[in-house]
Design a protein around this ligand. Sequence first.
Ligand SMILES: NC(=O)c1ccc[n+]([C@@H]2O[C@H](COP(=O)([O-])OP(=O)(O)OC[C@H]3O[C@@H](n4cnc5c(N)ncnc54)[C@H](OP(=O)(O)O)[C@@H]3O)[C@@H](O)[C@H]2O)c1
Length: 274
Amino acid sequence: MRQILPIDLPWIPGHEFSGIVEQIGSDVATYAPGDAVFGTTSGMGAYAEHLVVKAAAIARKPSNLSFEEAASVPVAAQTAWQGIFTHGHLEKKQTILIHAGTGAVGAYAVQLASHAGATVIATASGDDEAYVKSIGASRVIDYREAQFEKVLREKVDVVFDLVGGDTQKRSFLVLKEGGHLVSAVQPVSQEEAAMHHVSGVMMRLAPSGDVLGRIGRLLEEGTIRPDVATVYALQDAAQAWKDIAGNLPGVHGMSPEPGAARRKSHGKIVLRVA
Ligand SMILES: NC(=O)c1ccc[n+]([C@@H]2O[C@H](COP(=O)([O-])OP(=O)(O)OC[C@H]3O[C@@H](n4cnc5c(N)ncnc54)[C@H](OP(=O)(O)O)[C@@H]3O)[C@@H](O)[C@H]2O)c1
């Protein structure tokens, strides 16, 4: 990790949060002390009771969400928004294939694309078919059982890749000419993109209070919903990481107990700051 995320210890993790404004800078006009907000930090530091953030990276907390629910939204929902709309140029009546429709980002992508009037096809485990359909997918392809490029009957306008590797490579085969392959996980081969007459881009989240505000309105009106799997107290953060690692196969140095069941629930893990 040191090569991609160099840090100086001591270091505070956490990239997203929800809370109440305590003080504002002299040039901030949009927020006042007492406002409930949510957003992203410019570095890390969200595992904390206090943090300092740019006003441009936050938005008002949707009033129908708890702080825990709101804190679970910013990174995944904005990544989904920018992946499918900013980079994928998804439009009404188009078809999008979302790889990993059950993940944190994928579940927002499914909801936002479906709300935008697109036809949504998602890859997911067969066990999760009902869940992914319940949030807006019209078709779910079980990635453990079938190769999506073999079972898709028609080509799609956009692929949103949250898996990478071979899944990304095979995605070129299902894109229409002029389509967009957007990956949030690894660079896209420009040679292959040119060969298939599509665009290919690896996106990186560019947090925006404006986008988050629009997402906030969709949450407030109930068009999309957050998904919180578990809430831990701030002082149990280390245990939360151990529990996450315990459910992932073969995480270095923290392999699951033999026979441990894999986590089947969906949603984010949130720390509650008293
Ligand atoms: N570029 C950026 O700015 C940015 C921002 C946020 C996230 N990301 C990246 O985006 C990726 C997704 O993030 P996340 O938070 O949504 O992850 P997540 O919540 O851990 O979800 C990962 C999902 O991938 C599914 N999956 C695994 N292999 C698959 C396959 N071959 N085909 C289809 N689905 C598969 C898993 O399903 P099962 O339950 O079946 O295992 C799981 O639901 C991560 O790599 C993350 O680092 C990038």
